[in-house]
Design a binder for this molecule. Structure first.
Ligand code: BTN
Length: 241
């Protein structure tokens, strides 16, 4: 379903789930424009209307235990990566935990909202925002870049959406088939700054560290002064080299 304008496709999907009618797995809600798009860390997600991909997908990953929910993040990131890779090639990376980067700039991100009930992930709302045909960004958008700024042409949003959905389904079915190892190792191999010494900040301290791994539950493993430390999303900030 495509909406002209909505507050947030994630919120819209959450609202229709709480109305009694069942919503099938695989439902996609796409919006031309969001006036209250949500990003990670309670940020707002801004995207010029009609020029970018902003959509949410409903999954029902009952087979993933809440302690393993980072596997879903991995599978979704890989689906987006694989859809964009034929266009963008080697410069494309996944920035832990689930941003899509080209070089050191952000092409998009995702907001995955898992609804846990009875020890199971009952519903997962996979919200994805990707910068596609936007020509420029305000200073406040930080490192944002669009596919158009890289390749100098416009892309059909629905074509990219359909590539994402089919690759994402492929990775989701791998998880469902228990092929978790391949999902984890492929995610790791696509990671931005893997095995590269770079600058980070944690607890008010700046340091040089090297990303070594992402453990099962999604914590980032960074080697710092010869020892490996694990960080969650709130504990570490990537600095620009
Ligand atoms: C981030 O990098 O902070 C995550 C951004 C996620 C944005 C998408 S756009 C579609 C969906 N609806 C929302 O309100 N947010 C996500």
């Amino acid at each position: 379903m495509t909406l002209k304008e909505v507050d947030s496709t994630n919120t819209f999907l959450k609202n229709i789930l709480s109305n009694s009618k069942p919503v099938p797995e695989g439902t996609v809600i796409m919006a031309e424009s969001q006036y209250a798009g949500r990003g990670q860390h309670q940020n707002t997600w801004h995207a010029q209307p009609g020029k970018n991909l902003t959509f949410s997908l409903l999954l029902k990953p009952h087979f993933i235990s809440p302690t393993q929910q980072f596997d879903l993040t991995r599978a979704v990131s890989l689906g987006v990566y694989d859809a964009l890779h034929p266009l963008l090639g080697g410069g494309l990376k996944i920035k832990w935990p689930n941003d899509i980067y080209f070089g050191s700039r952000k092409l998009g991100g995702m907001l995955i909202e898992n609804m846990i009930q009875g020890g199971q992930i009952k519903n997962a709302i996979i919200g994805i925002g990707l910068n596609i045909n936007q020509d420029n960004y305000p200073e406040s958008a930080g490192s944002a870049i669009s596919v158009k700024q890289i390749l100098q042409r416009d892309y059909d949003l629905k074509d990219i959406l359909s590539e994402i959905c089919s690759h994402l389904e492929g990775w989701y079915l791998k998880l469902k088939a228990g092929k978790t190892d391949i999902v984890r190792s492929t995610y790791l191999s696509r990671l931005y700054r893997l095995n590269e010494a770079s600058e980070y900040r944690s607890n008010g301290e700046t340091f040089t560290g090297t990303i070594k791994n992402v453990v099962e539950n999604g914590l980032l493993v960074v080697e710092r002064n010869g020892t490996e430390e694990q960080y969650n999303l709130k504990e570490i900030e990537f600095l620009n080299k």
